[in-house]
Design a binder for this molecule. Structure first.
Ligand SMILES: C[S@@+](CC[C@H](N)C(=O)[O-])C[C@H]1O[C@@H](n2cnc3c(N)ncnc32)[C@H](O)[C@@H]1O
Length: 168
């Protein structure tokens, strides 16, 4: 647990999935930024940065975890740091890929999906971490509630990371 907190919780298999679906999202869409909510020390953000194909990368973290470290976040051209919850900042842009790895409660995941989901363009991808993890049942429950009557298809999962693509 100590090592995880130092480096982040994403496993290598989960990072490989994140890389693959970021390529898919940016290759399947003509527009849209890449957004991550829950950056911590930048482990998954560095993967998004390497695979964003020139799209802007918006990184959100409200620093609720006091051991988060923004100095380890990617910081190149087209990368924007937001030390806030995107809902509170009222962030609105077309989105090619939305990655949620922040507060895993049902309420917080649903709130992020309801805020960011409508801006995900056709062909865009939503990635949820800790999906299917029995410790965080609210993640899958929020996804089921959010996607009722919406057009997303399951792409793949690795570990406790699941990816879905908007098809209409
Ligand atoms: C599990 S860590 C993220 C791990 C990171 N994705 C990685 O690869 O290591 C969760 C992060 O989400 C942040 N957080 C929690 N609730 C949040 C919220 N409502 N909005 C933005 N960030 C939040 C915490 O401060 C923490 O840094």
């Amino acid at each position: 647990m100590e090592r995880a907190a130092e480096e982040g919780w994403y496993t290598d298999d989960e990072l490989a999935l994140l890389a693959r679906v970021t390529e898919l999202a940016t290759g399947s869409t003509d527009e849209g930024v890449v957004v991550e909510v829950g950056v911590y020390r930048g482990r998954s953000a560095r993967v998004l940065d390497r695979h964003r194909n020139g799209r802007q990368l918006h990184l959100f973290d409200n620093l609720d975890m006091t051991t988060a470290d923004t100095k380890q976040w990617p910081d190149g051209d087209g990368v924007y740091h937001h030390l806030a919850d995107p809902v509170e900042e009222e962030f609105v842009k077309p989105i090619a890929l939305f990655h949620q790895d922040a507060d895993h409660s049902f309420r917080a995941v649903l709130e992020h999906l309801e805020w960011m989901g409508p801006h995900v363009v056709k062909g865009g991808v939503i990635v949820l971490h800790d999906f299917g993890d029995p410790t965080y049942p609210g993640v899958a429950r929020a996804w089921e509630m959010y996607t009722e009557n919406k057009d997303f298809k399951f792409i793949d999962c690795a570990g406790h990371c699941a990816a879905f693509q908007r098809i209409k």
